[in-house]
Design a protein around this ligand. Structure first.
Ligand SMILES: Nc1nc2c(c(=O)[nH]1)N[C@H]1C(S)=C(S)[C@@H](COP(=O)(O)O)O[C@H]1N2
Ligand SMILES: [Mo]
Length: 418
């Protein structure tokens, strides 16, 4: 590139930034700030060489962007959960290193060489695949969210946890590379009269779950890479099941066995898992699909507004287990009036969608809410609407609209509006 084009490029960039300013973006006048007018230490010496960090971690100044546990939620960390710092991330892809973890008997360490996957039951030929075998089948790349059915579960009875990380952080969104389960079932010659599969993991809990055959043959993946690299141990290294749009519990990690069956496994353990209590005291089971939901990630209790009135970017995430997000509305007055947010890009099926509302904050208090809509026409319900059907004794599948009370000092709090 010649000096000339470079300079023209810079000039254009400058003009674009200027246009942003005219629209009201935040910036200061150029004079008087030594951080830009004077030579700083980082410009007077040399930086680290390329081999200083063969596999990099975030810079120390981002040490706050980490998974967090809520110690009182579970008895110990072996059968526990932590939360994705969604309040501090942008875009839609969750880095594996801060993507929430949920395990029932701890994360196990397994070498690829020791990995085996069995497909048995109603098949022509029961098969055992090694990791190397799996790599020889045609591969797919797909981005999907995984949400634990217990996400937002503490909020049924009232506003409880103060931060999007804790109220909505049992979710992550990754690009998976793997083989379609259908391909492997065909390889084993599945019996077309089979109606279910039963899947289990190599870990002590095994996390066995039954999945209807229709779903198994649709979009389920046997995945070995996430966001381009090997799955992290805590996400099921070397191989996990990806069950798009369905509750996280079915996404079996350290996948060990797939049994092709007639009917589900009706163990007490499985039936009691992830059922939904209704207002009349009865329970609903087999509510696998995660309904449309959204959350404002900033401003939020862990991500307060740190500037005065004027331009403010309100942002968050929306998703639906039934397809693509088509629209997200944002309210500043607790649901009385709504403005349609801008989707960073068109919604993708069963994946997180980032939304922005570029707004002008008057410095007053706000009751911030987001409301998601998906391609089926489903509209995310209010907490009150959900409670009318589900009562207050539910734990799982809480997809209600969340409210943040933003105060004039920029701080935000988890509240409920009636
Ligand atoms: N083998 C196995 N698979 C498992 C689990 C487990 O404990 N063991 N936990 C399940 C639950 S409840 C959830 S929400 C997801 C969490 O996946 P993650 O740890 O990658 O976030 O894994 C599911 N798959
Ligand atoms: Mo879960």
């Amino acid at each position: 590139m010649s000096d000339n084009t470079t300079r023209r490029g810079l000039l254009k960039g400058g003009l674009a930034a200027g246009a942003g300013l005219a629209m009201g973006g935040g910036a200061a006048r150029a004079e008087g700030d030594p951080l830009i007018t004077e030579v700083q230490p980082w410009a007077s010496g040399l930086g680290d060489g390329v081999d200083a960090t063969p596999y990099g971690l975030p810079i120390e100044y981002e040490a706050d962007v980490i998974r967090r546990n809520v110690p009182w939620l579970t008895a110990d960390t072996i059968s526990s959960i932590n939360f994705t710092p969604i309040h501090a991330l942008d875009g839609t892809i969750t880095p594996q290193g801060c993507a929430f973890e949920r395990h029932h008997s701890g994360a196990i360490e397994m070498r690829k060489e020791d990995y085996r996957l069995m497909i048995n039951g109603m098949v022509e030929t029961p098969l055992v695949f090694t990791y190397a075998d799996l790599e020889r089948f045609p591969r797919e790349n797909r981005v999907y969210f995984l949400e634990c059915a217990a996400n937002t579960g503490m909020e049924w009875a009232g506003a409880q946890l103060n931060g999007a990380q804790f109220t909505h952080g049992m979710i992550h969104n990754m690009e998976y590379s793997g083989v379609s389960l259908r391909t492997l079932l065909e390889e084993a010659g599945y019996d077309t009269s089979a109606t279910w599969i039963y899947v289990e993991g190599h870990d002590a809990s095994s996390n066995g779950r039954s999945i209807p055959m229709e779903k198994a043959l649709d979009d389920v993946l046997v995945a070995f890479k996430a966001n381009g690299e090997a799955l992290r141990m805590e996400h099921g290294y070397p191989v996990r099941l990806v069950v798009p749009g369905w509750e996280g519990n079915m996404w079996v990690k350290w996948l060990r066995r797939i049994e092709v069956r007639q009917g589900p496994v009706e163990s007490r353990e499985e039936t009691s898992k992830y059922t939904d209590t209704l207002a009349d005291g009865t329970s609903r089971k087999w509510t696998w699909v995660m309904d449309a939901k959204s959350i404002i990630t900033s401003p939020s209790p862990q991500s307060p507004i740190t500037h005065g009135p004027g331009p403010l970017v309100i942002t968050g995430l929306a998703w639906s287990g039934r397809g693509a997000i088509t629209r997200v509305d944002v309210s500043k007055d607790g649901g009385k009036s709504w403005e349609t947010a801008r989707l960073a890009k068109p919604g993708e099926t069963k994946a997180l969608t980032r939304f922005y509302l570029d707004t002008d904050w008057d410095g007053g208090e706000m009751l911030l809410q987001a409301r998601a809509m998906d391609e089926t026409g489903y509209v995310q319900p209010t907490k009150q609407q959900l409670r009318e059907i589900r009562g207050e004794n539910s734990i799982y599948h809480n997809n209600c609209i969340q409210t943040w009370w933003v105060q004039p000092n920029g701080e935000a709090e988890n509240v409920e509006v009636s």
